[in-house]
Design a binder for this molecule. Sequence first.
Ligand SMILES: [Zn+2]
Length: 269
Amino acid sequence: RSACPHAPAAIGVGVAAQVDSSEGRVLYAPNLKWRSRPLASDLSRHLQCPVYIINDARAATLGEWRHGAGQGSDNWLCLMVGTGVGSSAVVGGLLLEGASNSFGEVGHMTLVSGGAPCHCPHRGCIEAYIGGWAIGERARRETATGRGRRSLIRTLAGAPQRITARTVFQAYRRGDSLAIRLVRETEKYFADAVVGLVNGFNPERLVLGGGIIEGLPHLLPVLRSAIRSDLPTVGARVRLVRARLGSDTVLIGAGTYALERHRILPVQG
Ligand SMILES: [Zn+2]
């Protein structure tokens, strides 16, 4: 704040959490291990400025809608996959919020009944298969025994506990066989999840962003082919595109949200 020549009129914050935006409260953030935290008022007190908080995936969706890959579309779905999985949807020109502002937690929909443990209290969630933390965890398990111990993944990481999804993608680009298998498995889980989402939401556009999407160069063709073969009717209309705002997408969306909430910009849509 002191480095800024003009005092900000308002600050927007995108949080990886279920958020009650109207109360400015984080309801539940499994990856941050927060529950019922009055984040907006805490930050507002420290920053001496109005603070508005929004779920990070919804912020990304708002950013892409106003300034990026969602421009011009009133029916589209945004899927952001980094450490966790976030999603949000614009339906009929409205950014959906849900009954308690926590719309879009598709990462915790079940993909495999009774499957891998998730960071939420459930098992087999989409995030437990395609989230960055889950890919890293699977790689650490696979490299702990047998031929996996000789995998390039382990060499690149330096130590087993330092293996992450990023290490898997680096080894994949260098042709490591275990990394190739892990990437193929992730693409398959991804395709199953996306087919379900497209079927359920019937979007005209699916915008995909986040570090995991960027690390999987062949993902979009795999998803397009799964949608075409599994959803001949619904799938024919949907276009898969990459998010355009890169790592700034949540920042731009949260800023836009703060300005719109603060009534500086007219609320659109
Ligand atoms: Zn979960």
